[in-house]
Design a protein around this ligand. Structure first.
Ligand code: PSU
Ligand code: MN
Length: 304
């Protein structure tokens, strides 16, 4: 087995059987600018603690798979340039060669599962990019949801993606896409996508229950919870559409491909909205941390 390096806080939580929520690190290194990235990471951790669970931010630091980071490590990671973006394909190489890398949704799910953590909070998962019929750009996050049994709390798939195609792939893979408390699929910065969600649940208790039921049925893979951004923090879909189209145009014009596409789009949209997209992104991540904590506590207190 691979050696997992737990922070003292997470190690203590494991000893005492406390609820733990996994957090990713690509959002810190590739999803937000400094210093908002480290400020957000700290606020997300504080939110999980305030809700009575323990945060475990996951990353590979100098080849060590870390489950939980100290405040100094979090800050260092947030300030470091050229950190690797680790998905399923990259994790073993980063560990083998002693590199530092931030984990995406896919890689964080793998690490969380190794550590026995069942719930993970992020912003938005990767999915099928617009123009995927040409580029074949489909995030490894989707396949990970099909095989690794972690409940991922997101604000839906990012609105930069082709949402109908993303839903089709998730359906093919047998991944439950569960809107929380509404019928429509939320679209990251907006509460609504204009598309109905395949499934809906209205409580953390039910989400925990369905996680357990999937296990009891012997089904592989996780659940995707799509938690709408709070109303006060959203950018309405109508406003966002032209901005996303503009950002998407510049992907093609500038020859951006592969792993760089999502970070590039997020930073273009930041510029095009004068920073409003970042404020929304921060609010939705905090909102997801709250729901993930409630689910983790439900999974922890109810009998196996
Ligand atoms: N959520 C955010 N910001 C992000 C991400 C999620 O609010 O930057 C990251 C996650 O790590 C996710 C990645 O796995 O974006 C998707 O990258 P790609 O499209 O290259 O698979
Ligand atoms: Mn991609």
């Amino acid at each position: 087995m691979i050696e997992l390096h737990y922070s003292p806080e997470v190690s203590d939580a494991r000893t005492h059987g406390q609820a733990i929520v996994a957090l990713e690190s690509t959002i810190i290194t590739h999803g937000m600018p400094f210093p908002q990235n480290v400020e957000t990471a700290r606020r997300v951790e504080a939110t999980v603690r305030a809700k009575g669970a323990v945060p475990a931010t996951i990353a590979v630091l100098e080849g060590k798979l870390r489950i939980g980071l100290s405040d100094t490590e979090l800050e260092q990671l947030a300030m470091t340039q050229d950190v690797m973006k680790l998905s399923r394909a990259d994790m073993a190489i980063a560990i083998t060669t002693g590199k530092t890398g931030a984990t995406t949704v896919a890689a964080t799910m793998i690490a969380a599962h190794l550590a026995g953590i069942k719930v993970f909070a992020t912003g938005g998962i990767g999915g099928v990019h617009r123009g995927a019929e040409e580029s074949f750009d489909i995030s490894a996050d989707l396949r990970e949801l099909a095989i690794t049994p972690v409940t991922v709390v997101s604000a839906g798939a990012k609105a930069i993606l082709d949402l109908p195609k993303t839903l089709e792939v998730l359906e093919t893979f047998g991944v439950p896409v569960i809107a929380y408390g509404q019928d429509e699929l939320p679209a990251f910065w907006s509460r609504d996508s204009g598309i109905g969600a395949p499934l809906r649940l209205d409580s953390a208790a039910d989400i925990a229950k369905s996680h357990r039921t999937r296990r009891d049925l012997g089904l592989s893979g996780g659940q995707l919870v799509a938690n709408p951004i709070p109303k006060a923090d959203e950018i309405p879909r109508s406003e966002l559409q032209t901005i996303v189209n503009k950002a998407q145009d510049s992907v093609g014009k500038n020859g951006i491909t592969g792993k760089d596409v999502t970070p590039y789009l997020l930073s273009r949209i930041f510029d095009l909205t004068d920073g409003r997209s970042l404020a929304s992104n921060i609010a939705l991540v905090l909102n997801n941390a709250r729901l993930a904590s409630a689910i983790a506590k439900e999974l922890n207190t109810t009998p196996a």
